[in-house]
Design a protein around this ligand. Structure first.
Ligand code: NAP
Length: 457
């Protein structure tokens, strides 16, 4: 796709960007590979952690400018963008403070003699990232990579080129040497070519199943490790002992944040019969009442979708769902105004043979299912091709804890919507991908866990 900056609120294009030429990409890769072979990557961790510390401060200093750019390029309401940057600063600070301990050699008990595992960088990583969290998606890969010593070349989504440039620039200002973090504007074909280059030693992709499948198969073909953070259709479970007011507020927030374009957004609402009427009435009212408007306006809750294509996809998905029998409790169409806005929508009566049942709706569209008991919650929750996150609302945390263990997904949150924190490993199972980012687990995805043994014989 062509790289361009188009404001989804005004529908006006503000800038277009040329792709990097083959020569530019080759020079960037050579520089990254040189850096990998230098003291920067192979030597003491302290200078790398100092860069992360500075990057954390710079992200905080540039919070407003970054949030404004995200609003202008992909429509994220300002306050939500500011929250994203605070999280990013936290992730950089978290690895600055903890990476040295995570990467300490681990002593192993062995009959052979003294044995331990060391953690070493593997080489240049290629990151392919989506637009929905334009800075957070980058820092999830870049911060641990800097700590480990792996240079990163990232191909960001073509609709957020200014965000990509700003991030690369902040890394440079933080002291990252040339080749450490490189923004590439390249095509999918070029990504496939780069994965075939021996200097690239790992591939991290966050995005759709289609892109994940293409990139991971290419990585497998070239015998490269990959991690995939893909889509989700997270459950939002309301048990019959839940505080309904709390659940309603969380449900509306969980479905409307970032205009519903969150991989871990609350998408399938599974509500027990005893509280179904109360929850659904409150939820529909909350969705209807959300303030829709300019993402730069601080009162806006629901901004536009990120692009014309995103809007057209959602319109087609909901129209098809309704044709196949879904009932619309509120919303169900594009907003009658300039900008790529879609009405907050609640659908019910979605049968298993309705294509909507197994699909991810990447926009402000909720699916509601009513079930009788805890076993039915589990059956309904697990009847999905995805397995990313999910949440359970209940007044009885022991009961919720038991249910959490039975839900087949990478993450479950009790009495809060799925969220992300620097210290919590993030990722899914099934068609939501493989591998984890963040926490102590995420930093070990692209390391050489080198075993060293001294024979006692
Ligand atoms: P997408 O179309 O897959 O795009 C993601 C990135 O992949 C973009 O940089 C895109 O470049 C690139 N890409 C697309 N096709 C490619 C190919 N064949 N080869 C190489 N690169 C390719 O995803 P999206 O629709 O923008 O993002 C939304 C999806 O991401 C949703 O399914 C969402 O749930 C998922 N997501 C998952 C997570 C998670 O952590 N699990 C987080 C956020 C989003 P262009 O922009 O140039 O096409």
């Amino acid at each position: 796709m062509a790289y361009r900056s188009l404001n989804p609120f005004t529908e006006q294009t503000t800038a277009t960007y040329a792709e990097h030429t083959d020569d530019e990409v080759e020079a960037a890769l050579a520089k990254a590979d040189d850096l990998f072979r230098s003291d920067w990557s192979q030597g003491d961790i302290a200078p790398r952690l100092a860069v992360l510390g500075s990057l954390s401060g710079l992200l905080t200093d540039h919070k407003d400018a970054l949030a404004r750019t995200m609003a202008e390029e992909m429509g994220k309401p300002l306050a939500q963008g500011q929250g994203e940057i605070e999280l990013c600063a936290g992730i950089a600070a978290y690895y600055a403070e903890n990476a040295a301990s995570f990467l300490q050699p681990r002593v192993l008990d062995s009959e052979l003699g003294e044995a331990w595992t060391e953690f070493h960088p593997v080489g240049v990583l290629l990151a392919v990232e989506p637009w929905n969290f334009p800075i957070y998606q980058l820092i999830r890969v870049v911060a641990p990579a800097i700590a480990v010593g792996n240079p990163v070349m990232f191909k960001h989504a073509s609709i957020v080129p200014r965000c990509a440039e700003m991030f690369e620039d902040l890394c440079r200002q933080a002291g990252a040497p040339g080749g450490c973090v490189t923004n590439l504007r390249v095509s999918s074909d070029k990504v496939a070519e780069l994965i075939g280059d021996d200097r690239i030693q790992g591939v991290a992709l966050t995005g759709s199943e289609g892109a994940g499948s293409k990139v991971a198969s290419r990585a497998s073909e070239m015998l490269k490790k990959s991690t995939l953070e893909l889509g989700g259709s997270d459950v939002f479970v309301v048990l019959d002992d839940a505080d309904i007011e709390t659940a309603v507020a969380a449900g509306v927030e969980g479905r409307l944040a970032n205009a519903g374009q969150v991989c871990t957004g609350s998408k399938r609402f599974i509500v027990q019969e005893a509280v179904a009427e109360a929850f659904i009435n409150g939820f529909v009212d909350g969705m209807k009442g959300a303030a829709i408007g300019d993402p730069l306006d601080e009162d806006t809750v629901l901004g536009p979708l990120s692009s014309q294509e995103a809007l057209e996809t959602l319109v087609a998905q909901v129209d098809e769902a309704v044709r196949k029998g879904a009932r619309v409790l509120t919303g169900g169409k594009r907003c009658d105004r300039t900008g790529f806005f879609y009405e907050p929508t609640v659908l019910t009566d979605i049968s298993r043979d309705n294509p909507a049942y197994y699909r991810e709706f990447f926009g402000p569209v909720a699916q509601v299912f009513v079930v009788a008991d805890d076993d039915e919650v589990v059956t309904q929750a697990n009847d999905s091709h995805f397995g990313l996150g999910g949440s359970i609302f209940s007044g009885d945390t022991d009961r919720a804890r038991k249910l959490a263990s039975r839900i087949q997904t990478g993450m479950v949150f009790i009495n809060t919507t799925t969220t992300s924190m620097p210290e919590l490993p993030f990722g899914g199972i099934k068609r939501s991908g493989f591998g984890r980012e963040l926490g102590d687990v995420g930093i070990k995805e692209f390391v050489n866990r080198k075993l060293v043994v001294i024979s006692s014989a």
